[in-house]
Design a protein around this ligand. Structure first.
Ligand code: ATP
Ligand code: MG
Length: 279
């Protein structure tokens, strides 16, 4: 893990580029099959922020991301992305979503890295036409941005877990997305690749002004990389600079979990299994 990232609160607050609002959520509630799974959530995210979204299984992380991209509708409250409603045409191509298990591309699908990334440039305006010179250049730039130069023509089934994850991130970025939503991108990625993937995400925020919200159960990775952590368990239990995230025992007691054995530490279930497979 790179230890040079300046994640001090002052650095975030004093940086003028962080003044631009990317995401504004006010009193949001989301229901699934009639059951409220996200309740009264208010979050503001500014440009350049790298936000970790954590919480227990079923805590509503994926539901929140799906609402931000406009797939789920709020039951109550309001969401603005780049100042617009989530599914507004003005946001076309500006939000990149890498879903849970996006890298689980069936082995029998033969597609090269360049072809996969090119898919990210398609939208309802151009999907029947040829790729423009601009789009082609964009694909090459994105491949370079995620460090996959040299394997453009390699079949994705031949990539390592870390490379494949970079490729699906590149697909999300290729539309010129400025706001990336990543749902558990670290699952199935080995330790070495995971560190360089996290470094890449950090660079995207610092050097390319991208804004990232990343869900992960890997608390170590999240705390060492993101500037800010949101702990969601239906409601927001914590939202603040990573260094102020309460101790796990403290969090457990906030959540009302009591020690089962008097001499053992309480560790939430989601922390125990950082590499678990997605459901
Ligand atoms: N399609 C669905 N229909 C009905 N309920 C759903 C659906 N998808 C999820 N849920 C429920 O919504 C709640 C929140 O689920 P969600 O997937 O958002 O949590 P999560 O924090 O992403 O969990 P995980 O860490 O396991 O991915 C859970 O109780 C889940 O069972
Ligand atoms: Mg989820």
């Amino acid at each position: 893990m790179d230890g040079n990232n300046d994640r001090s609160v002052g650095n975030i607050m004093n940086n003028p580029k962080t003044e631009e609002s990317i995401l504004e959520i006010r009193n949001l509630s989301v229901a699934r099959s009639g059951v409220k799974v996200v309740e009264n959530v208010s979050i503001d995210v500014k440009r350049g922020e790298f936000v970790g979204l954590v919480g227990p299984n079923g805590g509503g992380k994926t539901s929140l991301l799906l609402t931000i991209v406009g797939v789920l509708k709020p039951q109550n409250g309001e969401i603005l992305v780049f100042g617009n409603r989530p599914a507004d045409n003005k946001n076309l191509g500006m939000v990149g979503w890498v879903p849970q298990a996006a890298a689980n591309i069936p082995k029998h699908i033969h597609i090269t890295v360049r072809e996969l990334v090119s898919l990210g440039t398609l939208n309802h305006k151009n999907y029947l036409g040829k790729m423009s010179t601009y789009q082609k250049r964009r694909v090459e730039e994105t491949i370079q941005m995620v460090g996959l130069s040299g394997v453009e023509n390699v079949d994705v089934s031949k990539l390592s877990g870390g490379q494949l994850q970079r490729a699906v991130i590149a697909r999300a970025l290729a539309s010129e997305a400025d706001f990336l939503l990543l749902d558990e991108p670290l699952v199935g990625v080995d330790r070495g690749s995971r560190n360089s993937l996290l470094k890449l995400l950090d660079n995207l925020c610092h050097d390319f002004d991208k804004t990232i919200m990343m869900v992960s159960h890997d608390l170590t990775a999240i705390t060492q990389t993101t500037h800010r952590i949101i702990y969601l368990e239906g409601v927001v239990q914590f939202d603040g600079p990573t260094e102020f995230l309460p101790d796990l025992n403290e969090l457990a007691s906030i959540r009302g979990i009591e020690h089962v054995h008097s001499n053992t530490h309480v560790v939430p279930e989601w922390v125990k299994s950082p590499e678990r497979e997605s459901p």
